[in-house]
Design a protein around this ligand. Structure first.
Ligand SMILES: *Cc1c(COP(=O)(O)O)cnc(C)c1O
Length: 393
C-alpha cells in the first residue's frame, strides 16, 4: 500500500487516463453517447462519469478515487457541500417511523437536521452525551436505524469511542455514519473501526484553501449506490470546476495536516494555563478528559481547539478582536487561521435555546492554519494577555 502522500497525488490516475499531467476540467453539464445502448447503460450507472453531470462527472470521480483510498473504503462520492452529503445520505437511509441517534455535541447543521428537519418527516431522533458509550445503547429503540457520530466534535472537541459505537451498531443491525471533518483521514480512519459511511465537509481540511464548498461520502459501493440514487433527486451536485479545485487542494493534504496538528497542539498548550482562560478543549492535551481514547483512535489531533474565557462572552469577543492573524470567520481547515464565536455563528441553523444547550456563551473556536507556529503562539498569547489585563482594570 502506498503512503498517503503518494495516494493524494496518484490515486485518480486510472479514473480517466490521459496525457495532460494536470487533469482537465470537464466543464460540461452533459455527455453524448455514440449509440442508444451506451446511452441507456450510462443512464443507470451509479456514480458514473459520462452521462449528465448531476449523475456524475470525471472531476467527481477523480476526487472520489483519492478519498476512497485515503479513508480505506471501497468507494466514495462527491456532493455540493458537507450538509448535502449528510442530508442526502440520511434521506436515503431512513424513512418515516424510523429513529436516529445523534450526538449532543455536534456541528450546528447536523444538530438542526436531527432536531428540526427529520422530525418534520416523521423520523424521531435522540441526542446523546457521546462521552458516555452507554448513552448510545440507552437511546436505542426497536425503530432505531442509524447512528450519527462526529469525533472530534465541533466545537467542543469531544471524542466518540468509535469501536464501542460500531460494536453496538453491529449487534443491533444499525448503520453508522461518522463526520470525519475535524480529523481528516490523515489523523483518523473511521472505516477501520467499522463505521459504515464516513463523510466530510470537504470545504474544510480536504480542500484546505477556503475557496470551495464541497462534501464527500466514503463507504461500501452498495451503500453509496443508494445514497447516489437519492442524490439524483436532491440534486446536490458539485460543479466540475469546484471538484477540480478540491482535487488540487487534496494533493497537499498530507503536507498540511502535520502543520495543523503541530499548531493546534502548540496553541492549546500556550493557552491552557493562561490566567484569562478557564478551559481549553483540545484532544491532544493530556488534561483533555478523553485524551487516552483520542490517542487510541487518532494519530494526530488537528488544528481546531476551543477556548473558554473566565470573562465570558465579553472576554471571548475581546480576544477575537485582538488577534492579528486569525480572522473572524465561520470556516476552518484552511491554510489561514480563523476564529469564531460559535454561539453567534449558528443563529441561522438553531434557535437560541438549542444553541444555549450546545455551546457555552463565552466559547471561542480557534482553527489554526499553516502559519509559523511561533507567530501564531505569540499572537494568541498577546491577545489573551490583553484580555486578562482588560478584566483587571
Ligand atoms: C462545516 C462543517 C459541516 C458542514 O459542511 P459544509 O461544507 O459547510 O456544508 C459539517 N460538519 C462539520 C464538523 C463541519 O465543521
Amino acid at each position: 500500500m502506498p503512503g498517503s502522500s503518494t495516494v493524494t497525488v496518484h490515486a485518480d490516475r486510472e479514473v480517466l487516463p490521459q496525457r495532460a499531467v494536470a487533469p482537465p476540467i470537464y466543464q460540461t453539464a452533459a455527455f453524448s453517447a455514440p449509440d442508444g445502448e451506451t446511452f441507456a447503460r450510462a443512464a443507470v450507472e451509479p456514480r458514473g462519469q459520462d452521462f449528465y453531470t448531476r449523475f456524475g462527472n470525471p472531476n467527481h470521480a477523480q476526487v472520489a478515487a483519492v478519498v476512497a483510498e485515503l479513508e480505506g473504503t471501497e468507494a466514495a462520492m462527491v456532493t455540493a457541500s458537507g450538509m448535502a452529503a449528510l442530508t442526502t445520505a440520511v434521506l436515503a437511509l431512513v424513512s418515516a417511523g424510523d429513529h436516529v441517534v445523534g450526538q449532543r455535541s455536534t456541528y450546528g447543521g447536523t444538530a438542526s437536521v436531527l432536531l428540526n428537519l427529520l422530525p418534520r418527516f416523521g423520523v424521531t431522533t435522540t441526542l446523546v452525551d457521546q462521552t458516555d458509550p452507554a448513552a448510545f445503547e440507552q437511546a436505542l429503540t426497536p425503530r432505531t436505524r442509524l447512528v450519527l457520530v462526529e469525533t472530534p466534535s465541533n466545537p467542543l472537541l469531544q471524542i466518540t469511542d468509535l469501536r464501542a459505537v460500531t460494536d453496538l451498531a453491529r449487534a443491533h443491525d444499525l448503520l453508522t455514519m461518522a463526520d470525519n471533518t475535524f480529523a481528516t483521514p490523515l489523523n483518523q480512519r473511521p472505516a477501520d473501526f467499522g463505521v459504515d459511511l464516513v463523510w466530510h465537509s470537504a470545504t474544510k481540511y480536504l480542500n484546505g484553501h477556503t475557496d470551495v464548498s464541497a462534501g464527500v461520502l466514503a463507504g461500501p459501493a452498495e451503500l453509496l449506490d443508494k445514497v447516489w440514487d437519492t442524490g439524483l433527486l436532491t440534486g446536490t451536485v458539485l460543479g466540475p470546476f469546484d471538484a477540480w479545485l478540491l482535487l488540487r487542494g487534496m494533493r497537499t493534504l498530507p503536507l498540511r495536516m502535520p502543520r495543523h496538528n503541530a499548531n493546534g497542539q502548540a496553541l492549546a498548550e500556550a493557552l491552557d494555563a493562561h490566567p484569562a482562560v478557564s478551559r481549553v478543549h483540545y484532544p491532544g492535551l493530556v488534561s483533555h478528559p478523553q485524551h487516552k481514547l483520542a490517542v487510541g483512535q487518532m494519530t494526530g489531533f488537528g488544528g481546531v481547539l476551543s477556548i473558554e474565557f473566565t470573562g465570558g462572552f465579553e472576554a471571548a469577543d475581546a480576544f477575537l478582536g485582538r488577534l492579528r492573524y486569525a480572522r473572524r470567520s465561520a470556516s476552518l481547515g484552511g491554510v489561514e487561521s480563523l476564529a469564531v464565536h460559535p454561539a453567534s455563528m449558528w443563529r441561522g441553523m438553531l434557535d437560541e435555546e438549542q444553541i444555549a444547550a450546545a455551546v457555552p456563551p463565552g466559547l471561542v473556536r480557534l482553527a489554526a492554519g499553516t502559519e509559523d507556529t511561533a507567530d501564531l503562539v505569540a499572537d494568541v498569547v498577546t491577545a489573551a494577555d490583553s484580555v486578562a489585563m482588560g478584566s483587571r482594570s
